[in-house]
Design a binder for this molecule. Structure first.
Ligand SMILES: Cc1ncc(C[n+]2csc(CCOP(=O)(O)OP(=O)(O)O)c2C)c(N)n1
Ligand SMILES: CC(=O)[C@@H](O)[C@H](O)COP(=O)(O)O
Ligand SMILES: [Mg+2]
Length: 634
């Protein structure tokens, strides 16, 4: 029998189905999503949890006239399948294929380009407000998870929405999980720990108490009728109603009929409404239901066993070396504390949290708070390590400047996923951190060439003073052997790797080995290159770089960061300040958002492989006569 999904080319097709067929459709969607993600990798558990909700939304609302705004956007696979992208779905997250997140250029049904959390309510409120100005029709519906609701930005949106009283529907998709179990006071409040049995017990106790009072039987009747009021006292309704929202729920998020009825009921309500929907992360695929954290986002896996298909024998990842080093540093330094913004596993801090639970803080998806909390800890005499991905630390830019650097506080920033991250695409590439950190006074910014240098840099960062950042890439290390003894690296000192006369290649972080290999390739062409591992973007090793620039006369900088204001810019500024007019070629990421795709492919495309670097250098040298040093330095 033909699959129902094959008949759905747009949400309008859905509306012809009966409830039974819609239910069958949810099974088909599950099957396609599991099969596809098993091949491509992706965010499986979040997507499996919202299939009924997605079908119900597209059944009740008229997308794209009605706008569905997905928070984070990591749960929009069923939405993509129902909005004309079924045939391309097998290309999910692959270079040139459909994105893992909503993307306006892909479909009119994708309302915002997104990947970072907690933006949906503010964006949707802006959309409704614009509609009102322009007298346009259409409902605006947000889907936001309980994890994403922990961010300040979400509350800023709620607060303003309650004030503006716009017709906005916010669906709170509550699965009691962020990537890891959700944390914080809000999470306990949302997770109905105060409702159900507690509400019933409270009601029983009240009934028993008032039944002994004169006229108590009337009060008992009143209490019986007031269960909703008692529940309301104890449920999130209280919180959202205080913020100006009408609260509906909690409702079971895998019951299509209830979802459709509820959405129909709220569709035409006026003012802001919050619908609290309870779902299960990973719903319908046992391994994902059992281990929602592992299946939140993962690479290709075997459907039968749920085991990853990734090739073995890869060197340990930078993250795992960070993880182990943090435990060692925690043992050495009792003042060391570690902070994550809802990414204990992704950052590798889980091991630290198990070894030193009292010195570990998961603050929820709250990067800004994480940094200012770290500032407070540093003011109080602790040594905080804020482990935050490069892309998510962007959100705390002002906190780094105003709360940490201005007072020259000793806060360590462990910045994972720096540079190209790959399949998550432009919202997640760590392409800006060297730029946004090096402009901040007092900051020390370093990047290791390999995982061994990472552990020494972390040790150095804990030993030194002031704000200090160590940025390192996603994925496997270089296979370097790890020194047992941790060493302090002198601040602002690079290292020379190879000496040559024709050109200087100065590289930073994960571009050092590609530069070295490029130098080997150039040697085969008769060009001898000096290679420097800069180690520090700030402070730069001015003496080393200048000395070798003078010896070779031509300089190439190499970084996996945007070229704008990055490492190469720092070298140019150095020469400009010293009045040295060397020809300088900068290799790095261009001034654009880097698309999704496999990291190796993207590095090839953007000229960051040894072969591409060597080619680029060779071509450039064709047009660069070796300058007369006396002229350069005049
Ligand atoms: C600003 C920001 N910080 C961190 C992340 C990483 N992240 C992606 S999804 C997620 C958990 C979201 O939880 P929730 O909103 O409850 O969605 P669920 O996965 O449970 O469906 C986190 C921490 C992010 N995308 N954006
Ligand atoms: C949706 C999101 O922001 C995270 O799930 C992110 O995709 C995790 O990235 P890593 O897989 O690199 O930890
Ligand atoms: Mg959740």
């Amino acid at each position: 029998m033909a699959k129902l999904l094959e008949k759905v080319n747009s949400p309008a097709d859905l509306k012809k189905f009966r409830l039974r067929q819609l239910e069958k459709l949810t099974e088909e969607l599950r099957e396609v999503i599991v099969k596809t993600v098993a091949e491509t990798g992706g965010h499986l558990a979040p997507n499996l949890g919202v299939i009924e909700l997605t079908v119900a939304l597209h059944y009740v609302f008229d997308s794209p006239k009605d706008k569905i705004v997905w928070d984070v956007g990591h749960q929009a696979y069923a939405h993509k399948l129902l909005t004309g992208r079924r045939d391309k779905f097998h290309t999910l997250r692959q270079y040139g294929g459909i994105a893992g997140f909503p993307k306006r250029s892909e479909s009119p049904h994708d309302i915002v380009d997104v990947g970072h959390s907690s933006t949906s309510i503010s964006a949707a409120l802006g959309l409704v407000t614009a509609q009102d100005f322009l007298k346009q029709e259409g409902k605006v519906v947000v889907v936001i998870g309980d994890g994403s609701m922990t961010a300040g930005l979400a509350f800023e949106g709620l607060n303003n929405a309650g004030h503006l009283k716009k017709d906005l529907i916010v669906i709170l998709n509550d699965n009691e999980m962020s990537i890891s179990p959700n944390v914080g006071a809000l999470s306990s409040f949302l997770s109905r720990k105060l409702t159900g049995p507690v509400a019933r017990r409270l009601k029983r106790e009240l009934e028993s108490f008032v039944s002994h009072l004169p006229g108590g039987e009337h009060l008992v009747t009143a209490i019986r009728k007031s269960e909703d009021a008692i529940k309301c006292l104890l449920t999130p309704g209280m919180l959202f109603e205080a913020l100006g929202f009408r609260y509906v729920g909690p409702i079971p998020g895998h019951n299509l009929e209830t979802l459709i009825d509820t959405l129909r009921n709220v569709k035409n309500l006026e003012g802001p409404t919050l619908v609290h929907v309870l779902t299960k992360k990973g719903k319908g695929y046992r391994p994902a239901e059992e281990e929602p954290e592992k299946f939140h986002g993962l690479g290709p896996f075997d459907i039968k066993t749920g085991k990853p298909k990734t090739s073995k024998n890869k060197p340990p990842s930078y993250t795992s070396v960070f993880s182990k080093t943090m435990v060692r540093l925690g043992e050495m330094e009792p003042r060391l504390v570690a902070i994550t913004a809802a990414m204990p596993s992704g950052t590798g801090l889980k091991a630290f949290s198990e070894r030193f639970p009292e010195r570990f803080f998961d603050v929820g998806i709250a990067e800004q708070h994480a940094v200012t909390f770290a500032a407070g800890l540093a003011l109080g005499g602790m040594i905080p390590v804020c482990a935050i991905y490069s892309t998510f630390l962007q959100r705390a830019f002002d906190q780094i400047i105003h709360d940490v650097a201005l007072t020259n506080l000793h806060v360590v920033f462990a910045i994972d996923r720096a540079g190209i991250v790959g399949e998550d695409g432009p919202t997640h590439q760590g392409q800006f951190d060297l730029t946004y950190l090096r402009l901040i006074p007092n900051m020390i910014v370093m990047a290791p060439k390999d995982e061994n240098e990472l552990q020494h840099m972390l040790y150095t960062a804990v030993k030194c003073q002031g704000p200090v950042a160590v940025r390192y890439p996603r994925g496997a290390g270089e296979g370097a052997s790890l020194d047992w003894e941790l060493k302090e690296i002198p601040i602002g000192k690079g290292e020379i790797f190879r000496e040559g006369e024709d050109i200087l290649l100065v590289a930073i972080g994960n571009m050092v080995y590609p530069a070295l290999k490029a130098a080997d390739l150039l040697a085969k062409e008769g060009l001898s290159a000096t290679v420097i591992n800069a180690r520090f973007v700030k402070p730069l090793d001015e003496d080393l770089i200048t000395e070798w620039a003078l010896r070779t006369g031509r300089v190439v900088t190499i970084e996996e960061n945007t070229l704008l204001g990055g490492f190469g810019s720092a070298v140019l500024e150095l020469f400009q300040q010293k009045g040295l007019r060397f020809p300088v070629k900068r290799i790095g990421l261009p001034d654009k958002f880097i698309e999704h795709g496999a990291p190796a492919l993207l590095r090839e495309k953007y000229g960051l492989t040894p072969e591409k670097i060597a080619e680029e250098v060779k071509d450039w040298l064709l047009h660069q006569e070796r300058p007369d040093i006396r002229v350069l330095t005049a």
